[in-house]
Structure formats: structure tokens, C-alpha cells
Design a binder for this molecule. Structure first.
Ligand code: SF4
Length: 898
């Protein structure tokens, strides 16, 4: 605990942290004051005058007055109570009568009840000017008291600046800053304004109306968001097995009372009419409903037949970054102990496999070096190949506040989006030239003496080779290779190099390349050159912003063809022996197939059974026509899914499964924190959790996987994997979040990964001297544009969940963003239907002109499978990990004719 301030409140001695307000001091003394313009997450405003106290004889608003040592505060005198009551009554009296009746759960209604203020008698209905244009947020300006909480929430927490107070005097109300309806404003529907509004002027429609964060609801379940890898803690309010509201937890370890449109509002898919609720079996070419027993028997017979025909390696499974750790653990255990193959992989293969490979090679472990909480203390942020404002919104918001308030910001990304608008230096490398850019930055660090010689001498290796290589990457040559002006490279290197505590965060713009692992390693070079790691006190290392909710955990649990739970190699006898001792069975010794190799083996006829769990590979994997060919060739394809998908169209057996709101277990977020996932709802009809399905299929094959419950499963995993030995559901229930490594129950989780030595074989950080090599595709006369794919804030991955709800009203189809010069050259305007062609396929999109792109580059998301974006992307993949090169595809545009 830091320095404290001692003072007296109504005669009581209290101590509050230095910098606290008189409101904090009053609360410490057990006194509740009305606070209509105050929210602990926001800058205090002191405008409503409802928290008046007397401090050393002077009447003042407690929320904006600092607690000073020795102050003598009075809150309870009758005159103060009268003043506060009058202030609240005055505010309430300016509202229409329905203010306290239609928003009975509002903070204003609660305060009026507490102060015995009765609403004025109902009179003629007041004129309403409601804005109900938005699917998730409605505004009733008649109830606005102009406290400004929503505006501050939007500015100071979310960083979107979408709201403003308009009008004069008593007519002042909140409104979208763009002036039109809410749905057409800049709002990104984080829900912060809904949560903080004290009167019910801003609400979410439907059964969640009036339920807000900070007002504990009796029927809520605490869980962890199942969309992105940020890992927001959410309180799910349930009624009759239906979600009424999802609220960000104020004490959420990562989100601290914040969320985004997906976690907060996008749960309409749960009750979608096309939810799969019973198994389906293909008969005569058509998927037909079946019972579980029939489906499981058919699946078990098919797996046995595949093994009989081609041996255990004729079977493979693609596990899921959406599934819990316990489900991933169980699936890989099934493959390794029942089928006896290491043919298990997960979709980190398509996104952050290069992070695991690159960070392991550089430092030892397959995770970011430091925690995000630490990175938030950095005085310089280098954000590379990531658009967290849209893809990781809560982290994006926190980074933005950091950049606005205290840190310099370098963004390296081809597009001018999100944080780039606020960057001190925005580097815009041509897609596919990251390695050259990172070498250019490293060149300046070395040339200008901005390295840490002691760290490099004592803790790192590979400096000589790197310095030799860097001689080829002076800023002028790097500028030629990357398209980034030499002076910008120098300016960025100086900002990073001269910062006292810099941090690097990066995303898929670094990994999804032909040389993605080299990209991660050469980016890590910068942190190593500066010795910038939390444990050295000179920075906060390098942190990957992992995409899906549990993509870190799926790999942690060993859903990988070469690694067991906790990253022991399948080829390492010691690691195998440890797992064999727990599982009681010998393990296969040959490294299994990666996802692209599985698909190739299926096309070649050597893979005879493929089990796909929660992945729409026909929509999300590159060169999707070839993926479909692979599934059509494979004799048995089993798919666990929530909805019919492109992939289920090619399945022989479809098993209906539970969503993240219907299951129990744990996820690991992007900075290695284990958090609990708890079932808020029962799965619909006959749908089961993946956990139950794996057990049932194992049983159908005559095997018992043990691990009766998710809690038992995590405990067993800890016996194999020392990294997780200290974790348990009981502990997570108690502590909320625990980072790995956590080697024993009596040790805290290690948010800072390396507190002493690195875990490479020689305990040193390894610099990489990999040269820059060009991407798999470059523009030419036939395909003159470069396509980059990525995410938008409105949807999530293939959109299977976000397209089944209100998000569809926010964005109804995929767009192709292109620079106005390219649009003019192709005679395209905003809204023109355009066909995008690559050497691999065609997609149909709607043109959207944007100067966020450089000329010659186009961008689209992949949230609508029917647009066919992933038929465009190539088979080029990271040379180390096989991660597809989604970020660089040469394309051309034509007008869509039909
Ligand atoms: Fe969920 Fe990510 Fe949004 Fe948080 S930021 S609510 S984890 S999608």
C-alpha cells in the first residue's frame, strides 16, 4: 500500500490513499453520499452538487475536493443533508414524471428513494424525442440531467469521443457528436454510457433495460468473454435460461468495468432459429437429424475404420481456440491416448503460431514477456501490425488513453486506422516488409548507441551476427525496401531507443506472413537490444495481442502436433514419460500434422478421418476452395458446431455443441492469465458441451479419459505441465485471474515471465540475424494491388455469432476499402459492387473509399463467408510454422456484373 492521508470524518479517524478525494474519505467512514455526476472510473466533475460536505468549515463538493492530512470533515449535519436533498430534488423536479417510474432501477430513482424525495404527481405525458435507431443503445433525452458521465465515459475510458452535451442551460442534453441519429454516429457500442447513466436516459433495449454495471443483480453469473483474447470478466444476468444483460465486471482483472460491443451486447446468436440442437448425419448426400447414440456410434466406427485402413496417423483433429482449456486438453488426450496419433492442431496455426515459435526461440517460453498491466506503465508504446481499437477494443481503449495522457506512441501498420491517428510516428511499411523495417529500426538503435551493452554482454547472444546484418539496413536502404521514409525510421527508433521504459505490442500484421516467425524474432530484437524487459526495469518487453478468446490456452493445453500440455516436445522422451505416467499409456513419438498438412493429406487420400471442433475452416482458412476439396476427399469429416456453416456443408457427421455462455472451465487470455468460464445457461435442446462430446466419443470407442469434470481436468494437466501445476478452479474462483507460469499452489502467478534467467537452453535472450526476404506475392501488371485482410469492430472472425443479432444492423456486409486514387483508376465509387480477383479465387465486395489506405493497397475483413474473401488468399505460409500469409495477396478489381 502506498502513502496514506489521515483525516477525520464526522469525528471518525480514517485513512485514505494519497490523492484520494473527500468522497473516498466519506466512504471510508461508512457514509454514503449521493453522487449523480460521479463514477469512480471517470474524472470527477463536481457539477451536480449532490455530494456536499463541510471541510474545515467550508461547504464543498466531496468528489472534487482532495483529502488533505488532518482535515476535519462533516457530512451528517442537518444543513448539509438539506442542501444535498434540495440539490437532488431540484434535479429530479426538472425531469418528467416518468423519470422515476420508467427507470425505477436508475441511480436517480435509488437516490430519491433513499432521501425520501417523491416524484411530482403524474401530469400530461411529456413530449418524447427518443432515439431508438441503434440496435443496442437507446436515448431518451427527456431523462438527461446533463451530468456528463456518458460523455466522459466515451472520452476518458472508451476514447471514441462520440458524445457531446448540446443545448443551453436547463435544456442541455446529451447527443451524438455527429448530430444525426445514434446509429449513424461514431459510437462503437461499448456500453459504457449505458452503464454510467444515472437516470435511464441511455439504456439498452429489451430485458436488460435498466440493468447496469455496479448494481449487483441477484441472478448473475461471472464468466470470461468468449470473443477476443483480451479476456474481459463479464457478469451475465439470466432469467428463464435467457440472457437479460451482460455487464462488464468492475473488478474484472483486465477490463475493469469496460467491454466492447461483442462481449457486452452480441449474444443474440444464442437463440438464433438456426442454432444446431441435434446431431446430423449425412445420408444419401443430405444431412439428416439423428440421435446422439447413432451419431456417436457412426463416428466411432468411422474412426476405427480410418485407423484400420491407414493406421493412427490416418486420423486428425482440429481443436478450437474458442473451446475451454479443459476441452482442448481432453481432445488432445483423446487423440494421443485413444487414437494414438499426434495429429492435433488448433487455429493458432492460422494466427499466432509464429509468436509461439519466435518468442520461444528468442526467450524460451511461448508467451509475451510481460503483462499488459506493466506495459501500461510504459513511456513509449510501439504497436506493430495490430489495430487493437477494433480487434481488441478494451485494450485498444486503454492504449489510447495511455498515448493521450503519458506515453509516446509509434504505430507500424500499412493502414492509418485506430491508434495510428494519435501516433507520434506512424510507419506505413508495404505489406510483407516487416523484417526489413525492424532491421532498419535496430540499425538506428545500434548506430546511435541506444542499446544496453551490459544486458547484451551478460544476458543475450547473437549480437555479432546481427550487427553484421544490420550494416545492410541503414535507413535509406530500409526506406527503399519498405516504403517508409528514412527520417520516420530514424524518428521512431529514437523514440523507442530513448524512452526510459518502452513496450512493444503486436498483432497478426507481424505473424501472418511468409516470414512471420522472422518478423516476431526481429521485432523482439528491439527489446533485447535495449534490455527493455520488466525484470530489468528498463521496459516492458514484447507482448502479442492474441486474437481469439483462448488461442493461448489451446496451445498451452497441447492441442499442437509437436507439443504436449505445457510445451513439452512429443519427441522429448522426458516430456513423454511425464505425460505417460499420468495417462498410463504409451504415447506416439512422431510429430503430428499441422492443419495445412492435414488438409493436404486429406487431398492425397492418406488422411481418412478429420474431426473439426468449432472451426469453420472452409470460411477462415486460406485458399478455401482447396480446403473444401480436402474435406470432400476425406472419407469421414466430423464437425462440432453451433450453426450450419460452410464447413458443415462438407461434413459427414455434425454434432451440436454449447457456446461459451453455456460451459464451464477456463480460458487463458493474451497475457497468459487463466480465468474461469462459468455456464450462465443450459445448452439448447440436445446440444452438449465439447467436453461432454469428447468423453462420449471416447466412451463409444471403449475408452475412459478420466477427468470427470473440468476442474479435475485442469488438475490433471497441472500434473503433466509444471507451468500450470499451481492452478486449480478453486484457486481461480478465489483469486479471479492467475498468470502462468504458476508452478505451485503457494506461489503467485508470474505475470512477468522472466524474473531471473531466460528459459532458452543457454538461459540467454537470442537475437535473430534473419535477413529480409520478400513476401510470397507482390503486385504485378496482372494483379496490381495488394490485399490485406483483418477485422472490424462490428464483427468477429467468420461472423457466425455476430451476424446473428444486432451487429448485422451495424455492418451488413463486407466492404473493400481502397484509396480514392485506386477507386478513380477503376471507375469505382462508394457502394459500387466490386469483384476482387487473385490467382486463387474471386470475392464480391462493396467498395468503400478511404484515405486510410495507401494507393496500391486494399483492405477487407472476412466476416461474411458468402463474400468469399478467403478464396482469394494464397497457400503461402510462414516457413517455420505454416501460418498462412493472409496479409499479402496480389489482386485486381473488376466491376461486378451480375
Ligand atoms: Fe470480449 Fe474482447 Fe470485447 Fe472484452 S474486448 S468484451 S474480451 S470481445
Amino acid at each position: 500500500m502506498g502513502p496514506m492521508t489521515a483525516l477525520r470524518v464526522d469525528g471518525l479517524h480514517v485513512e485514505v490513499p494519497e490523492g484520494a478525494s473527500l468522497l473516498d474519505a466519506a466512504r471510508a467512514a461508512g457514509t454514503e453520499l449521493p453522487t449523480l455526476c460521479h463514477d469512480d472510473r471517470l474524472r470527477p466533475a463536481g457539477s451536480c452538487r449532490t455530494c456536499l460536505v463541510r471541510a474545515d468549515g467550508r461547504i464543498t463538493a466531496a468528489c472534487v475536493t482532495p483529502a488533505t492530512p488532518g482535515a476535519d470533515i462533516t457530512t451528517a449535519h442537518e444543513d448539509l443533508q438539506t442542501l444535498r436533498r434540495d440539490a437532488v430534488a431540484l434535479i429530479a423536479s426538472a425531469l418528467p414524471p416518468h423519470a422515476l417510474t420508467t427507470a425505477p432501477r436508475s441511480e436517480l430513482a435509488h437516490t430519491c428513494r433513499a432521501l425520501d424525495i417523491t416524484p411530482p404527481p403524474a401530469t400530461a405525458p411529456t413530449p418524447h424525442n427518443r432515439d431508438e435507431s441503434h440496435p443496442y443503445i437507446h436515448l431518451d433525452p427527456d431523462l438527461c440531467i446533463a451530468c456528463g458521465r456518458c460523455v466522459r465515459m466515451c472520452d476518458d475510458v472508451q476514447g471514441t469521443f462520440a458524445l457531446t452535451l448540446t443545448g443551453r442551460g436547463a435544456d442541455t442534453v446529451v447527443a451524438p457528436g455527429t448530430g444525426g441519429p445514434w446509429a449513424q454516429s461514431d459510437c462503437v457500442a461499448c456500453g459504457g454510457c449505458v452503464d454510467t447513466c444515472p437516470t435511464g436516459a441511455i439504456t439498452q433495449p429489451g430485458p436488460g433495460r435498466g440493468i447496469t454495471t455496479g448494481q449487483p443483480h441477484p441472478q448473475h453469473v461471472r464468466t470470461t468473454c468468449g470473443y477476443c483474447g483480451v479476456g474481459c470478466a463479464l457478469d451475465v444476468v439470466v432469467s428463464d435460461n435467457q440472457v437479460s444483460a451482460v455487464l462488464p465486471a468492475l473488478d474484472g482483472p483486465v477490463n475493469q468495468g469496460h467491454a466492447c460491443v461483442k462481449g457486452r451486447f452480441s449474444h443474440g446468436y444464442l437463440t438464433s432459429a438456426d442454432r444446431l440442437t441435434q446431431p446430423m448425419i449425412r445420408k444419401n448426400g443430405t444431412l439428416e437429424p439423428a440421435g446422439w447414440e447413432e451419431a456417436l456410434t457412426l463416428a466411432a466406427d468411422g474412426l476405427r475404420a480410418a485407423v484400420a485402413a491407414g493406421g493412427p496417423d490416418a486420423v486428425a483433429a482440429i481443436s478450437s481456440a474458442r473451446a475451454t482449456n479443459e476441452e482442448n486438453y481432453l481432445i488432445q488426450k483423446f487423440l494421443r491416448t485413444v487414437i494414438k496419433t499426434n495429429n492435433i492442431d488448433n487455429c493458432s496455426r492460422l494466427c499466432h503460431a509464429p509468436s509461439a515459435a519466435g518468442l520461444s526461440a528468442a526467450f524460451g517460453h511461448a508467451g509475451g514477456t510481460d503483462s499488459f498491466d506493466d506495459a501500461e506503465k510504459a513511456d513509449c508504446l510501439l504497436v506493430v501490425g495490430a489495430n487493437p481499437v477494433e480487434a481488441h477494443p478494451v485494450i485498444g481503449a486503454r492504449l489510447l488513453q495511455q498515448a493521450l495522457n503519458k506515453a509516446s506512441l509509434i504505430v507500424a501498420d500499412p493502414r492509418a486506422v485506430g491508434l495510428a491517428h494519435h501516433a507520434d510516428v506512424h510507419l506505413r511499411p508495404r505489406p510483407g516488409t516487416n523484417v526489413a523495417l525492424f532491421h532498419g529500426l535496430a540499425h538506428v538503435l545500434v548506430a546511435e548507441g541506444m542499446t544496453d551493452p551490459d544486458f547484451l554482454r551478460e544476458r543475450a547472444t547473437g549480437l555479432t551476427e546481427l550487427i553484421d546484418l544490420l550494416a545492410h539496413y541503414p535507413p535509406a536502404r530500409t526506406a527503399e525496401l519498405t516504403g517508409v521514409p528514412a527520417q520516420d525510421i530514424t524518428a521512431a527508433a529514437r523514440l523507442y531507443g530513448r524512452a526510459r521504459r518502452p513496450a512493444i505490442l503486436y498483432g497478426l500484421g507481424v505473424t501472418e506472413h511468409l516470414h512471420g516467425t522472422d518478423g516476431v524474432r526481429t521485432l523482439a530484437n528491439l527489446a533485447i537490444l535495449r534490455g527493455a524487459l520488466a525484470h530489468t526495469g528498463r521496459g516492458y518487453g514484447i507482448i502479442p495481442l492474441r486474437g481469439q478468446n483462448n488461442v493461448q490456452g489451446a496451445s498451452d493445453m497441447g492441442a499442437l502436433p509437436d507439443l504436449l500440455p505445457g510445451y513439452g516436445r512429443v519427441t522429448d522422451p522426458q516430456a513423454r514419460t511425464r505425460a505417460e505416467a499420468v495417462w498410463g499409456r504409451p504415447l506416439p513419438t512422431r510429430t503430428g500434422l499441422r492443419i495445412p498438412e492435414m488438409l493436404q493429406a486429406a487431398r492425397q487420400g492418406t488422411l481418412r478421418a478429420l474431426w473439426i471442433i468449432g472451426e469453420d475452416v472452409c470460411a477462415t482458412d486460406p485458399n478455401s476452395h482447396r480446403v473444401a476439396d480436402a474435406l470432400d476427399t476425406c472419407p469421414l469429416v466430423i464437425v462440432n458446431e453451433l450453426f450450419p456453416s460452410r464447413t458443415t456443408q462438407h461434413a459427414d457427421i455434425v454434432l451440436p455443441v454449447a457456446s461459451w455462455l453455456e460451459k464451464d472451465g477456463t480460458f487463458v487470455n493474451f497475457d497468459r492469465r487463466f480465468q474461469r468460464v462459468r455456464a450462465a445457461l443450459r445448452p439448447p435442446a440436445a446440444a452438449r458441451t465439447d467436453f461432454d462430446v469428447v468423453h462420449a466419443l471416447a466412451a463409444a470407442m471403449g475408452a475412459d479419459l478420466g477427468c470427470r469434470t473440468p476442474a479435475e481436468t485442469l488438475a490433471e494437466c497441472g500434473r503433466i505441465a509444471p507451468l500450470f501445476a499451481g492452478l486449480s478452479h478453486t484457486r481461480l474462483d478465489r483469486e479471479g485471474a492467475v498468470a502462468w507460469p504458476c508452478p505451485s499452489p503457494d506461489q503467485p502467478g508470474q505475470a512477468t515471465l522472466y524474473t531471473r534467467a531466460f528459459t532458452t537452453p543457454d538461459a540467454r535472450a537470442h537475437l535473430s540475424a534473419a535477413p529480409y526476404l520478400p513476401p510470397g506475392e507482390e503486385p504485378d501488371t496482372d494483379y496490381p494491388l495488394l490485399l490485406v485482410t483483418g477485422r472490424r469492430w462490428t464483427h468477429y472472425n467468420s461472423g457466425s455469432m455476430t451476424r446473428r443479432g444486432g451487429n448485422l444492423l451495424l455492418e451488413a456486409h463486407d466492404h473493400l476499402d481502397l484509396h480514392p486514387q485506386d477507386a478513380a483508376r477503376h471507375h469505382l465509387t462508394d457502394g459500387t459492387e466490386v469483384t476482387v480477383e487473385s490467382r486463387h479465387g474471386k470475392a464480391r465486395l462493396t467498395a468503400r473509399l478511404s484515405d486510410e489506405l495507401s494507393p496500391g493497397q486494399v483492405f477487407c475483413a472476412f466476416h461474411f463467408p458468402e463474400s468469399g474473401v478467403n478464396s482469394l488468399t494464397s497457400d503461402h505460409a510462414d516457413t517455420v510454422t505454416s501460418c498462412p500469409e493472409y496479409k499479402v495477396t496480389a489482386v485486381r478489381l473488376t466491376h461486378t456484373t451480375t
